[in-house]
Design a protein around this ligand. Structure first.
Ligand SMILES: NC(=O)c1ccc[n+]([C@@H]2O[C@H](COP(=O)([O-])OP(=O)(O)OC[C@H]3O[C@@H](n4cnc5c(N)ncnc54)[C@H](O)[C@@H]3O)[C@@H](O)[C@H]2O)c1
Length: 277
């Protein structure tokens, strides 16, 4: 649906690993809408994934950066500004928990891993914004977006220390959104996306059951990665200039549900079974 919503806009997209990645879809749609951008990921993810294919498709290049490294981020931002001048949009689509990977439960976390979870999945957002600001790299009315999950507000089995990282991520959007908005009119938001089958998503314990549950509980059903990318485009565009410091749910209504008709019917059925009481 190309209609030049981002024509002339320049940006950086973090976090495209492979074609399942939400950032991959955002890159494809941003390109379709006329944007130009750099792609970035860690050197390891660049080797393991297929980001070079995406770069070729979007007529751009990949600048490696570990989002926890000030040095890498400085290099990336300097290169982006050299190439494009000031930027209109930045997507932070980064998440990783070594505790989830190692299947350690929340009551038995490894604290070194916990630090890594917070560093990669949340503090990196602060660093990205701080380095953009230090280099005065964003245009007025520019837009910075990160991806979050409802586990920041509500407890969902298996999401583990990523829930804490998302709570911090959303708070950073508010705290920095105030400062960057006040000083430079840059907006900062998080999108709280439905569970989505990606490499990071597949790491969450019971992801299939969770996706089925949220899909049935949401009046509009789960939002796909493509739909999430569409929402990101609106936030990068000039159509949302006064939206900032928000955590925006993009989840088919799940976050506002308590009990649905489907869930009630299923719940009542469970009492009809011979073991129900
Ligand atoms: N998949 C879901 O169910 C879901 C739901 C809500 C929010 N999100 C969020 O969406 C974002 C993107 O995840 P995804 O689902 O597309 O999975 P994904 O695995 O495709 O993307 C995660 C990305 O983080 C990158 N990354 C990890 N460590 C990094 C580091 N140190 N520096 C730079 N990049 C690093 C990975 O290389 C990868 O590209 C994450 O913030 C995730 O928490 C995902």
């Amino acid at each position: 649906m190309p209609n030049d919503l981002l024509k002339g806009k320049k940006g950086i997209i973090f976090g495209a690993l492979n074609e399942m990645s939400i950032a991959w879809k955002v890159a494809e749609k941003s390109y379709e809408q006329g944007a130009e951008f750099l792609l970035t990921n860690t050197p390891v993810s660049m080797r393991l994934g297929t980001i070079d294919e995406l770069a070729a498709k979007c007529n751009t290049e990949v600048i490696p950066a570990d989002a926890t490294s000030d040095e890498d981020l400085e290099n990336l931002v300097i290169k982006a500004v050299e190439k494009y001048g000031k930027l209109d949009f930045v997507l932070h689509s980064i998440g990783m928990s070594p505790n989830v990977r190692k299947k350690l439960t929340y009551d038995n976390l490894n604290y070194d891993f916990y630090h890594k979870t917070l560093d990669i999945s949340a503090l990196s957002f602060h660093k990205v914004i701080a380095i953009l600001k230090k280099h005065d790299a964003m245009k007025e009315w520019g837009s910075i977006v990160a991806l979050s999950y409802v586990a920041a507000q509500r407890t969902l089995y298996g999401y583990n220390d990523m829930a804490d990282a998302k709570a911090l991520l959303e708070s950073i959007a508010r705290s920095f959104g105030y400062i960057y908005g006040r000083e430079k009119k840059v907006r900062i938001n998080t999108i709280s996306q439905s569970p989505t089958l990606t490499t990071a998503g597949s790491g969450v314990k019971g992801i299939d059951g969770l996706m089925d549950f949220t899909d049935r509980m949401s009046p509009l059903g789960n939002a796909t990665a493509e739909e999430c990318a569409d929402y990101c485009i609106t936030l990068f565009s000039d159509l949302t200039k006064k939206v900032t410091m928000q955590n925006l749910y993009h989840d088919g209504g799940f976050s506002s549900m308590g009990m649905s008709l489907k869930a009630m019917t299923q719940y009542e059925k469970s009492f009809d079974s011979p073991d129900g009481d």
